[in-house]
Design a protein around this ligand. Structure first.
Ligand code: GN1
Ligand code: MG
Length: 370
């Protein structure tokens, strides 16, 4: 790492209750939103590893509430897992390291918020799912996450991003972006815009089910991408889920939908060869089996009935967020090439088309494992 990063990290690390002296660190490139570093401290000859991460306050406007959610949830998970007597507790339950002054975050001289986690050893994540076994692990891990938190009253958590998965509001924003076409990109995205407009009748399905009281608000993860599951480096077993910034009150269907989006096709989120993109049934079957096994104790029939629809709807919601961001000049999602957000959108829409073709088989799989 360069000298500037090194000095920065040393200074940040000193604020937290970390045993030992700063030794080394490096930037980890994950996520579109936050900045993340892994660092090693020398604790009397023994290495102690942590994650230092900034909170993007443009995106998360209430970092204090966010961190109080994260502490609440990680402690709850740890207590529950401990009571179950699981092995390797420290690899299964994330731990927040508080600052020396007490709060679980530090605000640096330029106003940036930092937090620190204990590093989980010997786990890795994948940007794209590789096998049904991995899909099973992901479904089970996020299902278990919801299940362990199902006795935590959702109302006690802060809402870190209001209306995060509110599809009608996301759709409204897309319509505004099309209307103003500030960056003159609508012509380049004509097909995607038409596809999105064609889905209008579906956009309110989940918010309507919630408003009618058919599905309850629970504590949910809300960013259940496959790369937020940490798999054991040797056995491939899911050890824990990470990226808890969006843990807040929500519908379990948001979580399941985003799993379908990211864990049923062996392609990256920005795959450009669209002929490779399809909903792979063996992946979906394994995902839904893992999820239903882990959520048996609390999941209601009404929630189960909407699982397949949620896959389509959340894939659509993220797809139109990419499209909107493209039309708005790439202000939100970090891009690494021109038209990156348009490529991301195309991939999501292709996956939806494939789900439409396989809908019956997907429903049949949900019924089989229910
Ligand atoms: C963002 O930054 P990351 O990768 O954890 C986004 C998610 C999207 C995802 C798409 C707070 O997550 O909602 O689904 O990108 N997070 C936020 O890859 O907007
Ligand atoms: Mg995230």
């Amino acid at each position: 790492m360069n000298r500037e990063d090194r000095e920065k990290l040393t200074q940040i690390g000193a604020q937290f209750c970390i045993p030992g002296r700063f030794q080394d660190g490096h930037r980890i490139k994950i996520g579109h939103i936050n900045e993340t570093f892994a660092a090693t401290y020398d604790d009397g000859g023994r290495p102690f590893r942590v994650i230092h991460q900034t909170i993007n306050t443009q995106v998360f406007r209430e970092p204090v509430g966010l961190m109080s959610n994260v502490v609440r949830v990680t402690e709850h998970l740890r207590r529950k897992l401990q009571a179950q007597g699981v092995d390797q507790l420290d690899r299964r339950a994330l731990q927040v390291i508080p600052t020396r002054e007490g709060p679980p975050y530090h605000v640096d001289a330029s106003g940036r918020y930092w937090r620190t986690f204990v590093f989980v050893d010997d786990v890795r994540s994948y940007d794209a799912v590789e096998s049904p076994r991995q899909a099973y692990q992901a479904g089970h891990a996020f299902g278990q996450f919801q299940s362990l938190l199902s006795d935590l009253p959702a109302g006690e958590l802060a809402t870190t991003i209001p209306d995060f998965h509110h599809t009608p509001k996301r759709f409204e924003r897309l319509l505004q972006a099309i209307e103003s076409d500030e960056f003159h990109r609508c012509d380049l995205a004509r097909q995607e815009i038409d596809f999105a407009l064609g889905m209008k009748s579906l956009v309110s399905a989940l918010v309507d089910a919630e408003a009618r009281g058919e599905v309850p608000v629970r504590v949910t993860h809300n960013d259940t991408k496959f790369n937020n599951v940490m798999l054991d480096g040797h056995t491939g077993e899911a050890m824990c889920v990470v990226d808890l910034d969006t843990v807040m009150p929500g519908l379990v269907l948001y979580d399941f939908g985003d799993m379908v989006r990211t864990t049923t096709s062996r392609t990256a989120e920005d795959e450009q060869f669209l002929e490779r993109v399809e909903l792979e049934l063996p992946m979906f079957e394994a995902l839904v089996r893992g999820y239903l096994e882990a959520t048996r104790s609390f999941l209601m029939p009404a929630e189960r009935r909407l699982l397949v629809l949620s896959g389509k709807l959340i894939t659509f919601t993220i797809g139109i967020r990419f499209l909107t961001d493209y039309l708005e000049g790439d202000a939100y999602f970090r891009i690494h090439r021109e038209q990156h957000n348009l490529d991301r959108c195309r991939k999501q829409f292709k996956l939806i088309a494939s789900m439409n073709e396989r809908e019956e088989a997907m429903q049949e799989a949900v019924a089989r494992f229910s």
